[in-house]
Ligand binder design. Structure first.
Ligand SMILES: [Zn+2]
Length: 327
């Protein structure tokens, strides 16, 4: 026996029934968060050129988008805002009638059970396009940015946001927001921290969608260097100590090892952000007929879950929810 023995792995692949029995990882529509871009104005549904299928909506057109999300069974959305005016302090980020605050009220009124996550940052609202306060030497100031970020989070919670998702990568932002929320009576609003966010070329299409490109310099003094792995553990550790309820890893596709590291080291729910550039590459190839979009997306997103993600933030969410129904 020993001479001829070899292991027959194919036994467990021989039929759809057996393959289904031994399948280790599942993708569910309940895993998905769908990003939505909202802007001031009327009757706007602007296509984002670099992200086919993604649009910017004015509030009077937002209903059709969120109705579709709810009908498809996607449990949550994350909001990004494009304000009518920008300034150095990003005041529209924390204005009671800012575009994101208005959109939160609109969605919670229409669909109280849809989980509304507010992206909490300043870059879409500052005229310089950076995620924090900038001094006269074009340095991004950490601590003054925290005050504005906490203020933004509180105003989003007051508007009815279910979850606050700070993304500006300033040190101490979870503590600042947790204290701000608690003092304002929002002890029960969770923080989904962009704990591990790399400075990435994959964000290119998003900058068109959210009109948030920096006017000078880059974000490398606050976002992470893609060469680094241990640094991800340091970032996630401090956010957990500060009270983060979820940990986001962003981007996802080129960072599956980081998702796994974070999964293995922390017991919080892990969110993979399948970013705009990852979406755009698949769309471009699919439009050219070079790949099968459905199979490619399902494989990629299942890979993110296999890497350790519990939740996936993705522009493919509506398509994926439809495809999973077909299966
Ligand atoms: Zn930002």
């Amino acid at each position: 026996m020993a001479d001829l023995y070899f292991r027959r792995h194919r036994r467990l692949r021989q039929s759809a029934g057996i393959r289904s029995m031994v399948k280790e990882t599942y993708l569910h529509k309940e895993d998905l968060i769908y990003p939505i871009f909202v802007m001031d104005g009327e009757n706007i549904k602007n296509p984002v050129n670099s992200m086919p299928g993604v649009f910017q909506f004015s509030l009077d057109r937002l209903g059709e988008e969120v109705d579709e999300v709810v009908t498809l069974g996607i449990p949550s959305v994350i909001l990004f805002g494009l304000p009518a005016t920008k300034d150095a302090e990003g005041t529209q980020a924390y204005h009671d009638h800012g575009i994101v605050q208005k959109a939160i009220r609109f969605i919670k009124d229409r669909h109280p059970n849809l989980v509304v996550i507010a992206d909490t940052c300043l870059c879409e609202f500052t005229d310089h396009g950076h995620c924090g306060v900038v001094d006269e030497h074009e340095r991004i100031l950490n601590d003054p940015s925290l005050d504005l970020l906490a203020k933004t989070a509180v105003s989003q919670a007051q508007a009815g946001a279910d979850i606050i998702a700070p993304s500006n990568m300033m040190d101490g932002f979870v503590t600042a927001i947790r204290q701000g929320l608690d003092r304002a009576g929002f002890q029960d609003v969770p923080i989904m921290s962009y704990a591990v966010k790399y400075a990435s070329a994959y964000y290119g299409p998003f900058r068109e969608a959210a009109d948030g490109a920096p006017k000078f310099g880059d974000r490398k003094t606050y976002q992470m260097d893609y060469s680094n792995r241990m640094e991800a553990i340091r970032e996630a550790t401090s956010d957990m100590e500060e009270g983060a309820d979820f940990l986001i890893v962003k981007p996802a596709l080129a960072y599956l090892d980081i998702i796994r590291d974070v999964r293995n080291n922390f017991d919080a729910p892990i969110v993979a952000y399948n970013v705009s550039g990852e979406y755009a590459m698949v769309k471009a190839a699919a439009i050219n007929g070079w790949i099968n979009e459905k199979e490619t997306v399902l494989e990629t997103l299942t890979g993110m879950k296999r890497a350790g993600a519990d939740i996936i933030l993705t522009y493919h969410a509506k398509d994926v929810a439809r495809w999973l129904e077909e299966k």
